[in-house]
Design a protein around this ligand. Structure first.
Ligand code: SF4
Length: 236
């Protein structure tokens, strides 16, 4: 068996908020951007790399950072073994959530932007292997988002587009196509952005429950508080 630490975690402070709503989120923290020597965030912007929540919470510990880098290397170097272990862990996670009377859901890109729809194990994606389970992620890939909006993604995989300082034009396109967009704001949420209603994305992380056509407003956190690039939107 593959010598790696556990792949899935039981969520972070944000995903744990979903328990009040009856959901248990399990996720994967890979080392973002090129921290591992492999690029886990192909569509990252300069400012999002700076502001990435990778170093929030437990991520402040050096041992956690080392573990994430090791896990990411395994993913890129031994993908089949990684996927086999992930399937085992998802199976166990579903059981444990059900035991706690919670509905399991999975966010595979907590700190990455891997196109999981393209990853297969014995010819099947994770979404096909676990068709009754909800998966969700944020992405900065316009193509992934476009595929989601045109019904070309697995039915049980929900995507929210993620705004950065350099993709405003793509956000406008996504908004026109009716997709949800996560936007980081300074200090407070406006009522509307790009002509769409702003909902409070900090209440929980259950993005697949959000109404369509929404802007998912998030208040700046951690290093984003120092951002002056335009990654954080100031509407005052
Ligand atoms: S794309 Fe997301 S996970 Fe990757 S560096 Fe940017 S904020 Fe972090």
């Amino acid at each position: 068996m593959m010598q790696i630490m556990k792949i899935l975690n039981k969520g972070n402070a944000k995903t744990k908020k979903g328990e009040k709503f009856g959901y248990k989120t399990f996720g994967i923290h890979l080392a973002p951007s090129t921290l591992s020597g492999f690029n886990a965030c192909l569509w990252a912007s300069r400012a999002c790399i700076q502001a990435c929540l990778n170093t929030a919470g437990h991520g402040q510990r050096e041992s956690v950072q080392i573990a994430r880098i090791e896990k990411t290397k395994k993913f890129f170097q031994e993908e089949t073994l990684f996927m086999e272990k992930l399937v085992e862990e998802i199976t166990a996670a579903i059981k444990s959530a059900k035991k706690a009377n919670l509905t399991p859901c999975f966010r595979l890109n907590l700190t990455s932007d891997i196109p999981w729809e393209a990853k297969k194990i014995n010819g099947q994606t994770l979404f096909e292997l676990f068709p009754q389970v909800s998966f969700y992620d944020y992405t900065k890939s316009f193509n992934r988002m476009k595929n989601f909006l045109s019904g070309k993604m697995p039915q049980n995989y929900h995507l929210t587009f993620s705004r950065s300082e350099s993709n405003e034009a793509l956000c406008e396109l996504v908004a026109k196509l009716g997709g949800n967009i996560a936007v980081v704001f300074r200090n407070s949420l406006p009522e509307k952005y790009l002509g769409k209603k702003v909902i409070d994305g900090d209440k929980n992380d259950l993005r697949f429950l959000d109404p369509k056509n929404s802007i998912v407003g998030l208040i700046e956190k951690g290093k984003a508080k120092n951002d002056e690039s335009g990654f954080v939107v100031c509407t005052l």
